[in-house]
Write a protein that binds this ligand. Sequence first.
Ligand code: SF4
Length: 417
Amino acid sequence: MPLNACELEIDLLCRGLRVPDEADLGHARGIQRTRAGLGSGLELTIPAPVWLKRAIWVNVPVLERFVQESPYVLAGSSEEGYAIVDERDGTPYEIGIPREPAWYSRLTSRNVPMNRIAVMQGTYLAIYVNPMCAFWNYRPSLNCKFCTTGRNVGETEEPDKAIEDVLETAWTAKEENGITFAHLNGGYQGSRGIEFTEPYVRRLKDEVGLLVGVQLAPEKRFEQYDRILAAGIDHISFCIEFMDPKWFADICPGKDRMLGQSLFWTALEYCAARMPKGAVSGEIIAGLEPLESTLKAIEEITSRGAFPTVCIFRPTIGSDMEGWPPPRYDDMRVVMEAVYDACRRHRLPIGAAPNIEVSLVVNPDETALLAPRNLAFYRYELWRRTVKLAARPVFGMKMRAGRGRRKPVTVPAAPVE
Ligand code: SF4
């Protein structure tokens, strides 16, 4: 039986997609290894049932070693349209390959290529804003073993991103791609991460009029969170990664030694108590620690009023774990079913914000496609739609701030190499 759109998304994240050498990718987004490296696949869209009201965006592994074993192969062309064929039984799945934003090949007025400032991951703008995550500076290195930030920042993206460059790029992405959300991350910066990030938050909100989310290592002085909340932050996420302390310590030695696992939970609780329900998220990696630990993490996160962002482990090229096997589909389906179930039981307003479709993870609202159709499901879906409608003017107000205050500068085209 063919997979539904969410099941296909999960299976593609687990198995990857083979792209024949001769494939016509048209104007597809280039494969860019930026930030932690998770977005290093091919961006594509999967049509979803009408009631989901959108397509599913997914960044599919295409280069990693395990992809060679994938039963999925890309077919079609930019003229005829694309499909993914499951060679186990010949099932074709219609997909879309979104065009690369035209601004990827432009320069900011300070002559920096815009795609070295920010990239689109799904429908939002992703920017690593802080200096290099300090875990990479230790000898031996304390970096998280799945991460490639230390190999990307300064190589495939600018090491220092001036606020003016970020604002120009964000303005352009808003005008040309209709983005509503910028996500800023910045690794471990000791006690200076929030301080460094705050001016970017303020100016993106005030001058561009975007919703802004931040993802940083937790800080011990919680008044720093009051500070970034006062800047108008719309979303904050904490990369908890693992529930099991041993897995946390083994895979994230810097986080374990410099911060401690419990700080992630207390910082998440602190912010969840001060922000609207669903504005905080806890990010975990599924497919490494035992399944029961992942399911427990989902429950712990949602019971604190935060939503779970579950990354299906990707053995990214260049990471210390690039030789590890990817997770099994059957396990990941169980995890994603649990995401929906926990969000429903804890009444989290998943999918309420406008036009934020993340391609790196299975978005919680997409997991509705895995849920049993019973009274509890229909009640929750009805509630979610009501909340989304009610929230529309609130988000509209938040994004009105920047309108007309400042226009992007005209940027010259990047020279052809
Ligand atoms: S904290 Fe870990 S995951 Fe985040 S940038 Fe640093 S090494 Fe990478």
